[in-house]
Write a protein that binds this ligand. Sequence first.
Ligand code: SF4
Length: 382
Amino acid sequence: MAEPVRSTDAGLRAGAAELKFRDPAKARELAGAMESVCEAVGREVSVMHVCGSHEQSIAKYGLRTILPRRLDVIMGPGCPVCVTDVPEVDEAVVLAADGVRVATYGDMVRVPGTVKSLADAQAEGARVDVVYSAAQAVEIARGTAEEVVFFASGFETTAVATAAVIVADPPPNFSVLSAHKYIPPVMEIVAEMPATRVEGFLAAGHAATITGSALFEPFVERHGIPVVVAGFEPLDVLAGLLKLVELVRDQEPLVVNMYPRCVTPEGNRNAQEQLWRVFRTMGGRWRGIAHVPNGNLRLRDEFAHVDTRKRFQIAVERLWSHAPSALTQVCICGDIMAGIASPNDCDLFGKECTPDAPVGACMVSNEGTCKIWHQYGGHPDL
Ligand code: SF4
């Protein structure tokens, strides 16, 4: 196998700049080139994206209809709402049930905990506010004397925004219940799974805007698996996939930045500084997947005064004597996010489990694979 090299974005800028991002002729050209590469490989090639926005683009624009039959693009654990673990939801539910005002992103409200979601708690009288940003949660706190807890979810991209409000001197009645996750460690987990078929990763362009593409170089060196950073327009995704299958064909474990109009090798240093000033990584469970070492982002001790877990005794145990519903127990979200199953493998998909009546977290979020497939269709039956 060739030696890994540094991020190779030089020379790609000009090509990417010329793309018209939804041009059907260019899309077919890229798909044709992928077909040739897969033919040259002579077997099925499996790659994984780790971003719900990539799955959105693939499903919404019907890209699987033009992908080579021998290319399997697997959805990975790229939906932050879906991987928020049950006890984390339970913490927010208990706080809300105890009269604390909870502000969170819309998708988080309906994610099921052990026995109920925040929406259920709200229906029972709890005060739950849907916000579009961490800053909006701070504004709510400024306008009231009540304690306001921001139940914060999202990957490192969103965590940067949470960090920004924490360092900006929020009011004393504001605190953060962090369910933020950090993507790179879960890629390690997927790469090390004995049953993994993943031969390359398509990394999320927005996260790499913060972290930089060079972040993936140690991963590539450790695992000998290529990583291509891609944007979210249809041609971004197709161009990223083409580069990925070329790297698989050539057995070249490289990091390639195919989103140079936004991503640099070093990323946004100021945002990184802010992120790591406020957060530290710690191990924790990702719903349905596994314990992910260093996969959770938690507030540093310096920010204990803004840390909900330090300010409140959250007695989640009282929920745990309730057995989860029988339907919840057959949800296979974890297998879907680990790339070893698809929504079509779930008996509840589109029947007992729909966006209006979600059983699992993957049917709640707009970045959840089950919801995306329900909305746009998944694998075409060609
Ligand atoms: Fe879980 Fe519903 Fe998806 Fe089945 S369809 S895996 S129950 S979220």
